[in-house]
Write a protein that binds this ligand. Structure first.
Ligand code: C5P
Length: 233
């Protein structure tokens, strides 16, 4: 898949989501559906957005025993999403089981990417709560390599890590990066941010952008600006 902007549709209901998507008349953005919307509305919201012609990243971050994840992925594969994800912390066996579950009878499957360490986890919390003593950057790279070796297609990571992930895992291994802000925009609660142009420079394959688009006065114009700066069209 080519470099693209994915809009994080962090809305609480079907109505709010569709009212937002209705603003887009001449383009069909790639959208991310997360836990909030999925748990509120169920799989039908995924089918409905798909029917409207959008590509979908279903961000449910699965993490359980391999057999459970395999069965859950076998359900998700029928939703016909383009990308979905899990936690690399579930280990190689879980990631391999996920791929098995996600693969359809004809051999096709959605792209599967891994969350490494959440960006909300810092070195201190990792050492204290998870008893992982290595430097967090190294842990992130190790999880990325483990995901690659398990057969996954990429990772969710900070744009600041995207270049290093490509160095370690190859250019084909996808980096999907949130934490993007316009140079003249609000940072909000994101700590380490990058502009769409800088994310492109560093080699992000996909940027996930929420509030700079969803909370903009003119979301369609903000989306198009983002695409112009990131994809260069
Ligand atoms: O509104 P904003 O652009 O900050 O939204 C970013 C999106 O990416 C949100 O859906 C957020 O949950 C998600 N995300 C993130 N940082 C991560 C993983 C996911 O911001 N490390």
């Amino acid at each position: 898949m080519n470099r693209d902007v994915i809009i994080a549709c962090d809305f609480a209901s079907r109505e709010a989501t569709l009212a937002f998507l209705d603003k887009f008349t001449d383009v069909k953005p790639f959208v991310k559906i997360g836990m909030e919307l999925f748990y509120a509305e169920g799989p039908e919201i995924v089918r409905e957005i798909k029917r409207r012609g959008h590509k979908i990243f279903l961000d449910l971050k699965l993490h359980d025993i391999p057999n459970t994840v395999k069965k859950a992925m076998a359900v998700l594969r029928n939703l016909d999403v383009d990308v979905t994800n899990l936690h690399a912390a579930g280990t190689t066996a879980m990631m391999q089981a996920a791929i098995e579950g996600l693969t359809r009878e004809d051999g096709t499957r959605p792209l599967l990417i891994a969350v490494t360490q959440l960006t909300s986890t810092d070195q201190e919390a990792m050492e204290r709560d998870l008893l992982i003593k290595e430097p967090i950057d190294e842990v992130v790279m190790h999880y990325a390599e483990t995901a690659k070796n398990a057969g996954l297609d990429g990772v969710v990571c900070s744009p600041l890590e995207a270049g290093k992930v490509h160095d370690r895992c190859g250019k084909q291994f996808l980096t999907v990066t949130p934490g993007v802000r316009f140079a003249d925009g609000d940072v909000g609660d994101q700590k380490r941010v990058m502009t769409p142009a800088a994310a492109r420079e560093i080699g992000s394959d996909f940027i996930v952008v929420g509030r700079p688009i969803t909370a903009a006065e003119d979301p369609v114009a903000a989306y198009k600006r983002c695409v112009r700066e990131f994809v260069g069209e």
